[in-house]
Structure formats: structure tokens, C-alpha cells
Design a protein around this ligand. Structure first.
Ligand SMILES: [Zn+2]
Length: 108
């Protein structure tokens, strides 16, 4: 598994933005293996405590974009030739699905 795949996998598992060693992102990060926390400013290191290479982003707010990388844009196949608009703060889900409770339903 490549570091990028490892970061994606950890991100799916933990539900927070994850990055791997060498990516230049700043902020507060926690080792996904031992929770060791660092305040990062340049390229992410390997964890000084356990050697892990994947870090979770611990701050609130939008996902930071590593220096030298483009923001991830999901192509919309239905967009056709329309210009792409960028929206910030879009909720990509992850919350609990809405549950509809009906009362007075009789099960015969
Ligand atoms: Zn660690």
C-alpha cells in the first residue's frame, strides 16, 4: 500500500482528513497509530514515537491542501461543458442518515 493509499484508508476509517509523510501541510496532526501529536509546519515527518507515516488532521475547519498540490475536485459527469464552480464548506455527508419515525403504525 502506498503512503497515499494508507492516508485514504485511514481517512475512511477515522473520518478525519489524513495525510502521509512528506506532504507539506501545516496545523495540528495526530499519529493515527499512537496518537502522538505534532504541530506541523513543513513536510510531515514519520512519527517520532512509533514510526507511523500517516497523520490525522486534528483541527476544525476545511481540509488543508498540501503545498504544491491541487485541491481535490470531484468531476461531475453530468456537468458536461459547463464551467466548474467551486463551493466551499460543502457538507459531503458522513452524518447519520435521517431516520423517519412513524407513530401509531400497527403491525398486524
Ligand atoms: Zn505514532
Amino acid at each position: 500500500m502506498s503512503p497515499a493509499q494508507g492516508a485514504q484508508e485511514a481517512e475512511r476509517r477515522l473520518g478525519i482528513p489524513c495525510f502521509h509523510v512528506g506532504q507539506r501541510v501545516s496545523g495540528l496532526f495526530g499519529c493515527v497509530a499512537c496518537q502522538f501529536q505534532i504541530r506541523n509546519r513543513k513536510g510531515l515527518p514519520t512519527c517520532p514515537q512509533c514510526g507511523e507515516i500517516i497523520w490525522g488532521y486534528l483541527e476544525d475547519g476545511p481540509r488543508p491542501v498540501p503545498e504544491g498540490e491541487e485541491a481535490v475536485q470531484v468531476p461531475d459527469p453530468a456537468a458536461g461543458q459547463q464551467p466548474v464552480s467551486v463551493e466551499e464548506g460543502v457538507d459531503l455527508g458522513g452524518g447519520a442518515p435521517e431516520v423517519v419515525v412513524e407513530e401509531g403504525v400497527k403491525l398486524e
